[in-house]
Design a protein around this ligand. Sequence first.
Ligand code: PEP
Ligand code: MN
Length: 262
Amino acid sequence: MGLKLVTLNKKQRTIIEVGDLMIGEKPVVIAGPCSVENMRQMARIAGFVKERGAHILRGGAFKPRTSPYSFQGLGVEGLKILKKVSKRFEIPVVTELMDTKDLKKVSRHCDIIQIGSRNMQNFSLLKAVGKAENPVMLKRGMNATIDEWLNAAEYIMLGGNENVILCERGIRTFETKTRNTLDLSAVPILKGLTHLPVIVDPSHGTGKKSLVIPMSKASFAAGADGIMVEVHNCPESAKSDGDQSLTLKEFEKFMKEIEGWL
Ligand code: PEP
Ligand code: MN
């Protein structure tokens, strides 16, 4: 079966309006911690990244962890923190939805709903967000081809929700120097095939904060519509993904380095 909705209408690019932002028209920076941990942490990070030019705040309340013993996220309490911080610092938020039963709550507490790599082919979840009001950021499955990824986007759009952002976050290969292999060729391929905005997540894509700046520059050079990056006020004690998170100071440097692309 070929793709229909996603590849259709190539003449006009999809521009997704989130507040004053026009995703797909002007590059965006999405920044924040892997997990929402508490109010103090979120307020500190949100205030800092907003001040330095981030457009959207990220933070997971429902966390898809490899080990069941790892921190699973604050759940609804985390959503409430996100909403409060979003209002206080006037910055839109993106957060992951893992289960259809939480759709209403997640939808009410965030601007953009994230579908994570591990759920890219969770078809009931895709169908559910296809009926949601919020734009959806669909991360690439770590084992997914570009066609499988586009078909996942098609599931969402078929439900009526055409506000889909694709996020390249690396795939599994035989390489072990990086957490995943960031497939930057996906960016121009997708920009040629679809009208959807494409953003890149070099934090999960490489697992190494030293690679975040060079891979972000490469993403923009490849035509990306934005970058999503993990930032933490104290990465050593982060409840998840501390090793790949930029400190606040490193985020400041990151913004200076990519300034020319924004
Ligand atoms: C995330 O962005 O919080 C995340 C869990 O990423 P991924 O689904 O790409 O692993
Ligand atoms: Mn993470």
